[in-house]
Design a protein around this ligand. Structure first.
Ligand SMILES: [Mg+2]
Length: 263
């Protein structure tokens, strides 16, 4: 496959750049190839466990220099999406430090009455009281917005509960259908295109999950490469109704493809 037309990359992080705390093989040569071939990129993740500055610092420690504008997580994407539609809006927030940081750096009011939007992300301090407050606000007309739809989340001994399962509880209680910002919805991908000021046709999405990264790329009209270094296996990719444009083993193979198409 000729990668010449793909001048811009939207790159997932977990399972692509690292697995847990361990960087995956070929990380530094990959970023060197992206820079040397003059490609633009945005790192885009559903994981809002770290703030943008923390991602920049983490990459810096691994020897990869990126700017804050080159990193997008679902919390930042949610805050940007709300700013476009409703600057100054009154928000009731269920969420952790990453989401609160993204929202409080912008012009919003965090409230628990007369709520315009109930915004839901992962919250280790979630209580029944917060769920009650969210349900009451939705019942009074607030719109429900979720940072990401993942119903499970990898934890030490397997899969724990993800944000999507909390959204499902709120939907069960209210009938409200959430607006989802993260992958596989196309909103975060479209924001990444806007940041790079580029077209979908010149852009390649890089990910390790068929149900989020690759499906999201399809919905946004972006070509995609599935790396087999994370969640998805070759057998799953072969049997899936969601098909990436290209399947590669990992970063070294992607690096070779980029260098073979310097543009
Ligand atoms: Mg991933």
């Amino acid at each position: 496959m000729d990668f010449t037309r793909w001048r811009n990359l939207i790159i997932d992080m977990d399972g692509v750049l690292w697995e847990g705390q361990t960087p995956l093989p070929g990380l530094l040569p990959f970023f060197a190839a992206v820079r040397s071939t003059g490609r633009a990129f945005v790192l885009a993740t559903n994981n809002a466990g770290l703030t943008i500055d923390q991602y920049v610092a983490r990459l810096g420690k691994l020897g990869v220099a990126v700017s804050a504008a080159e990193v997008l997580n679902s919390a930042e994407a949610t805050a940007d999406w709300l700013m476009e539609r409703a600057p100054g809006a009154r928000l009731y927030v269920i969420g952790g430090p990453g989401l609160l940081d993204a929202l409080t750096r912008r012009d919003f009011q965090l409230v628990d009455s007369d709520v315009d939007y109930v915004v839901v992300g992962k919250d280790y301090g979630l209580t029944w009281h917060k769920l009650d407050a969210a349900v009451l606000a939705i019942g009074s007309g607030a719109q429900l917005v979720g940072t990401n739809p993942d119903v499970t989340y990898p934890i030490e001994n397997g899969l724990g509960i993800g944000n999507g399962a909390i959204l499902a509880a709120l939907t069960a209680a209210t009938g409200a259908v959430p607006i989802i910002i993260g992958k596989p919805e196309p909103i975060m991908y479209r924001q990444a295109l806007a940041r790079m000021q580029c077209t979908a046709a010149s852009t390649l999405a890089v990910g390790d999950r068929l149900d989020t990264d690759i499906l999201g790329a399809e919905r946004a009209g972006i070509a995609s490469v599935l790396l087999l270094s994370g969640i998805a296996t070759a057998a799953q990719a072969a049997g899936s109704s969601v098909q990436p444009t290209v399947v590669l083993q990992g970063l070294p193979e992607l690096t070779a493809a980029l260098l073979a198409a310097p543009g």
